[in-house]
Design a protein around this ligand. Structure first.
Ligand code: E4P
Length: 217
């Protein structure tokens, strides 16, 4: 499963890319609005750092506006993926953009039927939002399971990109279910590294080592 970071922060993306395990980035209007500045420049900078798929989202809600913005986003860099929402206009725009060879990530997906529509329209990625489903008492992972099964059975090449991730359990469940990609906020990626027994174990190894060095003198 590929790991994307869900962030518009160049600083966070640089730090994660330097580890060498980052495959791509997703952004959305809320994340980029937090950063301020020129969003096209930020997206270009992110593409230069990651050199993998970087999703930038349209803000138009009508078909013509989405196609216009989508072409503009795709022109920023060869790594750009255009994100459109799962609406009737969004699916229509996905069909047009993907027909032009532009990769499309259909976002704000909350059900398997929605994912199926996006796949039929030639989406490269569908983004089911697991955290927001859990927030309203539904099971985000159940929806991911249904989408993965559906794509396997129908042999779609669309990748399942698990989004709205809140914790390490979401990440591991996504991998176990066979999702192709998980996009994770930087603080949740940080938490993947942590276990108290790792810290305790490392401290003990180093203490034992120092003790042995002292004993030699
Ligand atoms: C996906 O691409 C979205 O940017 C994102 O995962 C939304 O997550 P949220 O529900 O934490 O805002």
């Amino acid at each position: 499963m590929k790991l994307f970071v869900d962030s518009g922060s160049v600083k966070d993306i640089e730090a994660l890319a330097s580890i060498g395990i980052l495959d791509g980035v997703t952004t959305n209007p809320s994340l980029l609005a937090k950063e301020g500045g020129d969003y096209r420049q930020i997206l270009k900078r992110i593409c230069d750092i990651v050199k993998g798929p970087v999703s930038g989202e349209v803000v138009a809600t009508d078909y013509a506006g989405m196609v216009r913005e989508g072409r503009d986003i795709a022109a920023i860099d060869e790594h750009m993926v255009v994100k459109v929402p799962l609406t009737r206009d969004g699916v229509t725009a996905c069909k047009t953009l993907s027909g032009e060879g532009i990769r499309v990530n259909v976002t704000l997906i909350f059900s398997a039927p929605q994912a199926w529509l996006a796949a039929k329209a030639g989406a490269s990625y569908v983004s089911p939002f697991v955290g927001r489903l859990d927030d309203i008492g539904n099971s985000g992972m159940q929806v991911v399971r249904e989408i993965v099964d559906l794509f396997d059975n129908a042999d779609y090449s669309t990748e399942v990109l698990v989004a709205s991730v809140r914790n390490p359990t979401h990440v591991i469940e996504a991998a176990r279910l066979g999702a192709h990609v998980v996009t994770v906020p930087a603080p949740v990626i940080d938490s993947l590294f942590k276990h108290p027994l790792t810290d305790i174990g490392l401290e003990k190894f180093l203490k034992d080592w120092e003790k042995a060095q002292g004993a030699k003198v």
